[in-house]
Design a protein around this ligand. Sequence first.
Ligand SMILES: [Zn+2]
Length: 289
Amino acid sequence: MTPQEPAEPPPRAEPPPRGEPPPPSAPPGAWHGGPVTARARCVLAPNPGPMTLDGTNTWVLREPGADAVVVIDPGPLDEAHLRRVLAEVEASGARVAQTLLTHGHPDHADGAARFGELTGAPTRALGRGHDDLSDGDEVRVGGLELRVVATPGHTADSLSFALPADHALLTGDTVLGRGTTVVAHPDGELAAYLSSLERIRQLTGDGEVATILPGHGPVVPDAAAMVAFYQLHRRERLEQVRSALAAGAAGVEAVVESVYADVPREVWPAARLSVAAQLDYLRLSAPGA
Ligand SMILES: [Zn+2]
């Protein structure tokens, strides 16, 4: 009689495939904004597209019961959207005290001047004529407290805003609710972007930030998992770019064709920028550079 075969080991949960993002909190088309945390509400701008996902998230932040709010990213110059944001604020018995910009890209900032006319509130951002926000600044409106966290990389002027009372971080385009972001070379820079991701990772690690309120796409309920994925994704892309170069790819176009074959061609213009940023990064970080 042969000894009994050892029992089959119990099935183990498969680890997620390498580089797989955490599932988004809402699939494409199912994110419509609305109240997200005790203090944050999203009004979704009607500008969906390959680069803007469901549209730009305009965030309205209000301490419960306060009569003044902060608006982050009024979005594109779309009169109906701006008026809808204002109407929602006024319907809650409040007024807009300050408008903040996560960065100067048109889908976030083009509506800012007109929104300022409608509200009378100042627009604050890093650089570009309103150089009055910088890393570590505190913004206080009606009992609401925000802290400015400089997160350059997507663009040089990218800011995030920590909302400690809700353990939330408003990230603009630095971290999105679905997919990954572009490093918009030459204004955007990969070394800076990697440092910004590491900074956000530290904020998630010490418990200050649990939730990400992104500039596009649905709210990210597990900030740490999403940032870990972003960091892994960037490392993987760099490996792929190195391999493509080693295999003889020369120039941005050849690298995009080799490395970004898995992304739709409609976002290749963005991929070209990210590849240029990666080539720059590899050149600058090469020994002897
Ligand atoms: Zn942007």
